[in-house]
Design a protein around this ligand. Structure first.
Ligand SMILES: [Zn+2]
Length: 214
């Protein structure tokens, strides 16, 4: 598997391309293109969250906790919630310490993060969170950007396996997880999130298709 540095550099390039495309094709701000960049980059480093290299996991969780803290600031910026300013640091510490501990504990279930259903499921979750702040079209673009970064990671792993003729070939782009329970949870999550957001997601797809038809 390529190391964190390779995925991070590929993520910067992929994120830059996505940000530039969004600036050119979408009638949105430079600021929004920055969000597209961050989302694509996060997608491209995310799958190694289940890496067996603890250094890689620590780097990813440090980055994710910073991103999570900033995302909380962004989502809560005009919030009427009292003491909303306390939430971003809590999100930061929660991801850095609690979530990372849980992931490390369950790292035996390695593999599910290197699969397309998990990529789709987490991208739908990103859409669900960003939709509340950005609306259906922008939320959709941010979700798609994350999915795109995630797929760049999986394809890079596949190319690496092909090059080194590893027996993990074909696993990164697999459409099923390792154990039946995880697979059921991920597929159910995809079904529920698609079902409740069906109209919003269709509008997002139509918006992107129309853009490229012009
Ligand atoms: Zn990987």
């Amino acid at each position: 598997m390529p190391d964190f540095k390779v995925h991070s550099e590929a993520g910067v390039l992929a994120g830059y391309a996505a940000g530039a495309l969004s600036l050119y094709f979408l009638n949105k701000s430079v600021y929004f293109s920055g969000l597209v960049f961050v989302s694509s980059y996060a997608g491209s480093i995310f799958p190694d969250i289940d890496s067996d290299n603890s250094r890689t996991i620590n780097i990813i969780f440090n980055l994710l906790s910073v991103l999570g803290g900033f995302a909380a600031i962004y989502l809560l910026i005009d919030s009427p919630i009292k003491y909303a300013f306390l939430i971003p640091p809590c999100v930061y510490f929660f991801i850095k310490f609690a979530v990372s501990k849980i992931f490390k504990y369950y790292s035996r279930h390695r593999g599910i993060y290197h699969s397309i259903p998990m990529a789709v499921f987490i991208s739908l979750l990103i859409f669900q969170i960003t939709y509340f702040k950005l609306g259906e079209i922008s939320g959709f673009v941010i979700g798609i950007s994350f999915l795109y970064g995630y797929l760049v990671h999986l394809i890079l792993d596949e190319i690496n396996s092909l090059y080194n003729l590893k027996n993990s070939l074909g696993t990164a782009l697999s459409i099923k997880g390792l154990d039946i329970y995880t697979t059921i949870i991920v597929y159910s999550g995809i079904f529920i999130l698609t079902y409740i957001n069906f109209e919003k997601l269709s509008n997002g797809f139509k918006y992107l298709i129309n853009l490229f038809n012009v």
